[in-house]
Design a protein around this ligand. Structure first.
Ligand SMILES: NC(=O)c1ccc[n+]([C@@H]2O[C@H](COP(=O)([O-])OP(=O)(O)OC[C@H]3O[C@@H](n4cnc5c(N)ncnc54)[C@H](O)[C@@H]3O)[C@@H](O)[C@H]2O)c1
Length: 335
């Protein structure tokens, strides 16, 4: 049997605590340590999973029995911490996005490649059963060529305005949008060429005061003529929901996250659930599966995972969305 990957979780706030507790229950990963700038948070999580606890990343990086870091600190801290981990010879699974600055994102990807280290980005939907099933159905030709996609990411309530601040999170179009932009590219295999976006009315004024929006709509023109629309909201109230619909030449695919994960395939034969798509909690199962894929990759199993290039592309689309919404004009990528 392959030895579990010895991993440390760096940053144990909202996402990091969930990662640590979820991964502690896997066979392929041993969460040996957690670290956080605020020791009380790290101590609570460390105690709950029987891991060592660090306040100093320098002290953590001196351990020679750790193989990988999962980094779930605030987005603006990712580049320096990823660089530190790669410099210490560690594989990295970094929460999305890798960096808000595109050049920095590319530089980190090059650093990982040069060192022969894994640098995976936390686009968990690529590993969650409903989206895995949807992509497989597209690849298998179940609906023919994709024509129109509709992607919705609606959060129940906004995080504090300090988190939403575009300077620290990238703003709605990047903080939330990168997941959807990555899904479009990954599911269709098509490049996003042009974006046209609108900011919608503010619900939470504190988000406007820090320079962001809490609702927006973007249209993405894809290579070959297909179109995706992406709507993002921080105030739907009923839950953190994600839905994806793809209309193809011969049918459609509908992906749901709530109340349970599932994907329906619709064609001339009717509408039915793809059995392999069902997941009680597709979010938690997705973050578990993405970490298991990371562990497989470290152990030499050939697996496809999102890396620095995918994060760079998704952030570039987010920047174009922001520009289009402010300037009121379509914005071409790579222009
Ligand atoms: N994949 C997803 O669906 C998803 C969802 C939410 C958040 N995220 C991402 O996860 C990251 C963290 O978001 P969050 O909501 O958990 O934030 P958070 O503020 O709840 O947690 C961040 C934690 O990092 C700690 N921290 C800050 N600077 C640190 C440092 N230099 N060294 C060690 N610890 C440090 C903080 O004390 C805090 O406990 C962000 O990049 C965000 O984009 C991803």
């Amino acid at each position: 049997m392959t030895a579990p990957v010895r991993l440390a979780v760096v940053g144990v706030g909202r996402m990091g605590a969930l990662h640590a507790e979820t991964l502690a229950a896997t066979d392929s990963i041993d969460v040996v340590a957690v670290a956080d700038a605020v020791s009380v948070a790290a101590e609570r999580v460390a105690a709950s999973i029987g891991a060592d606890c660090y306040e100093s990343l320098e002290a953590l990086s001196e351990r020679d029995d750790v193989e990988a870091w999962l980094i779930a600190t605030p987005t603006t801290t990712h580049p320096a911490i990823v660089e530190m981990a790669l410099g210490a010879g560690l594989h990295v699974l970094c929460e999305k996005p890798l960096a808000l600055d595109l050049a920095e994102s590319e530089r980190l990807g090059a650093q990982a490649a040069a060192a022969g280290l894994m640098l995976q980005i936390g686009f968990w939907r690529r590993f969650a059963a409903p989206w895995v099933a949807a992509r497989q159905a597209i690849v298998d030709g179940a609906i023919g060529r994709p024509l129109m996609l509709r992607l919705a990411q609606w959060d129940a309530d906004p995080p504090p305005a300090s988190f939403c601040d575009p300077v620290t999170s990238g703003g709605l179009a990047i903080d939330c949008g990168v997941h959807e932009f990555d899904l479009v590219a990954w599911m269709t295999g098509l490049d996003i060429e042009t974006v046209t976006a609108r900011n919608l009315p503010l619900v939470d004024r504190s988000i406007g005061e820090i320079g962001d929006v809490d609702n927006l709509l973007a249209m993405l023109d894809l290579a070959g003529g297909a179109v995706a629309t992406v709507d993002l909201s921080r105030n739907c109230r009923f839950g953190d929901d994600v839905r994806t619909e793809i209309l193809g030449e011969n049918g459609a695919i509908f992906v749901d996250l709530l109340p349970v994960g599932r994907t329906r395939l619709a064609d001339a034969g009717g509408v039915r659930v793809i059995p392999a798509s069902e997941a009680d909690d597709a979010f938690v199962e997705g973050i578990r599966a993405q970490a298991e894929a990371f562990a497989d990759a470290i152990r030499g199993v050939p697996v496809e995972f999102p890396g620095a290039v995918d994060s760079t592309v998704a952030v570039a689309v987010g920047r174009a969305v922001q520009r289009s919404a402010v300037e009121g004009v379509p914005v071409a990528l790579n222009a």
